[in-house]
Design a protein around this ligand. Structure first.
Ligand code: THU
Length: 182
């Protein structure tokens, strides 16, 4: 599915090229295709990388403010809205553990209170070796706003990204349509 997207001249294809160039598990055929894609669509690729970098920096900045005294597992998230603005969040834990807010949820609230409801990219950062993926609850919340959201997750100490589209992470979702079309 990822390699099919590489056949397109699109932002999504740029994301896939980025993934194949940086993910250690990418096979050499995919990496070669990604190199070829980048040489034919250099501007598109560079603009994708620049947007990803801006969004990632915001997630890294938010991670520094994570309030995680119970789990000691700080997380930073940042959403790139359709208008190019970026909205960051960190996890906020609570002594009554179940009230804890994930970084993605805080980023979403940050964006919504500023009038943004359409998103193209989520950057997720944790102090882990391997990229983490958004929890089930956050998948649902984000899916309500932007089912096609691109999720790029990276451990903070290196650049081996994981890449998913939200509708891949949450197949067969519940949605507002189920409520309105009763
Ligand atoms: N956490 C997030 O902020 N985002 C995720 O995607 C997974 C988990 C937080 C919640 C809690 O503060 C800590 O990580 C450990 O679960």
């Amino acid at each position: 599915m990822l390699r099919e997207r590489l056949r397109q001249r699109s932002w999504q294809a740029a994301a896939v090229a980025y993934y194949f160039l940086h993910a250690p598990q990418a096979d050499s055929n995919s990496q070669n295709e990604a190199y070829q894609w980048c040489s034919s669509c250099r501007d598109l690729f560079d603009s994708f990388v620049a947007q990803l970098e801006r969004t990632r920096q915001a997630a890294v900045g938010a991670l520094q403010h994570a309030w995680a005294p119970y789990s000691h597992f700080p997380v930073g998230a940042a959403l790139l809205a359709a208008d190019g603005t970026i909205w960051a969040g960190c996890n906020v834990e609570c002594s009554s553990y179940g009230l804890t807010l994930c970084a993605e949820r805080v980023a979403l609230g940050h964006a919504v209170v500023n009038g943004r409801k359409e998103f193209v990219l989520l950057s997720l950062v944790a102090e882990t070796e391997h990229p983490i993926s958004p929890c089930g609850g956050c998948r649902q919340l984000l899916h309500d706003f932007s089912p096609q959201l691109l999720v790029v997750s990276e451990g903070i100490h290196h650049r081996h990204p994981a890449l998913w589209w939200l509708d891949q992470l949450l197949p067969e979702p519940f949605s507002g349509r189920d409520i309105w079309k009763r």
